[in-house]
Design a protein around this ligand. Structure first.
Ligand code: HEC
Length: 341
């Protein structure tokens, strides 16, 4: 009898164990696999919100500067951003295919420091899984009251673009296989958000009353930390290169108004933005692809431009490496097999 009594409680325990194991197995089979991207997406979203919180006074320059600096330093964001990174406006509410919209291609540091910093964030990131794509929604408010030189270029050259910046309610980030491929201003807008009016005078760059080059946010002194020893070298290299880009009409097509309808657009007329293409320009001139259709005919001129492009690419690499950026271009988006929907 005592043996039996001993047996029964133990068998009940074993039985309970089996039931629990079966229940767990059924739960495991039914619960959808949580993609590791979702965890990463929530972390990325939360970090961006913390780096650039909404402040009461949207003109607050100290908040804008601290947001830009914080974004440069965000390690998870830096490690996750694809190079090149794509940015534009969502073509239609609910369309998460970034290739369906007009985008511009960016060096990751240039985008997060110069563009992302013009937004403030609040609330919680909302993460959505759409097939293989993880979409991060970040509720946002644009700093539209800053001075005109605080923006990467006069967005108001197109009222549609300027409105999209001012009235979008969220930014969408696209994560796939642990890589952040790009971001869009959501097509979900709040028409009640007050707008600031600016008239464009046709100038992409200008000198202000104090003699400062504008937009100053496009300068390397703004992008890189003050201790970066390569600033003067990369600036001199860009100026020499830019002068020739102008005379070979490269800037006529590679400017924000995108007269040749490139998609993604490649911008060369600002120091910071030109970093994005620093290696590709060398190749395009070497292979006589740019300017279309057959490159530069004069061989001496062509060699000179290749030399200037190489000097700029090397100085750009050094300056970016000093900031802790990866300097090798990853596989190009256009060549990847990734389907965005
Ligand atoms: C008439 C317009 C036009 C001019 C002028 C022009 N480009 Fe382009 N460029 C384009 C277009 C359009 C593309 C998009 C790719 C394509 O269609 O070949 C492009 C692409 C590029 C690319 C990227 C190519 C790639 O596959 O990633 C680079 C780099 C480039 N151009 C540099 C230059 C340079 C440097 C000059 C001047 C020497 C120049 N471009 C002049 C229109 C132009």
């Amino acid at each position: 009898m005592p043996q039996l009594r001993k047996f029964y409680p133990r068998s009940r325990f074993v039985f309970l164990g089996i039931v629990l194991a079966i229940a767990l197995l059924i739960y495991k089979l039914q619960a959808p696999e949580i993609s590791p991207d979702i965890k990463l997406a929530k972390k990325l979203g939360a970090e961006i919100i913390t780096a650039c919180p909404v402040v009461n006074e949207p003109k607050n320059l100290a908040a804008f500067n601290s947001c830009a600096d914080n974004l440069s330093q965000l390690k998870t964001l830096r490690d996750t951003m694809n190079a090149p990174f794509l940015w534009g406006a969502q073509s239609q509410v609910g369309n998460y295919n970034i290739k369906d919209t007009q985008t511009t291609q960016f060096d990751p540091l240039v985008w997060r420091h110069t563009y992302l910093s013009t937004f403030m964030f609040k609330g919680e990131p909302l993460v959505e899984q759409v097939n293989n794509l993880t979409v991060i929604h970040l509720p946002t408010q644009f700093r539209n009251q800053l001075d005109i030189g605080d923006f990467p270029y006069p967005f108001w050259h197109s009222s549609k673009k300027w409105d999209s910046y001012q009235q979008t309610t969220e930014l969408l980030f696209f994560l796939e296989q642990k890589k952040l491929k790009g971001a869009l201003r959501s097509a979900v807008v709040d028409p009640k958000r007050p707008k600031v009016d600016h008239a464009w005078d046709g100038k992409w760059v200008w000198t202000d009353a104090s003699g400062k080059q504008q937009p100053y946010v496009t300068l390397y002194t703004r992008l890189f930390s003050s201790s970066n020893p390569h600033i003067a070298k990369v600036d001199a290299a860009y100026r020499a290169f830019e002068d020739k880009l102008r005379s070979h009409s490269c800037l006529a097509c590679h400017s924000p108004d995108n007269t040749s309808k490139q998609n993604p657009l490649l911008i060369l007329n600002y120091p910071n933005q030109a970093l994005t293409l620093r290696h590709e320009t060398v190749r395009q001139i070497q292979e006589k692809r740019m300017p279309p259709p057959n490159g530069i005919a004069n061989e001496q001129e062509r060699q000179k431009l290749i030399e200037l492009a190489q000097t700029f690419a090397e100085a750009g690499d050094q300056a970016l490496a000093y900031e802790g950026e990866k300097i090798t271009l990853e596989k190009k988006l256009s060549q990847s097999s990734i389907n965005y929907q």
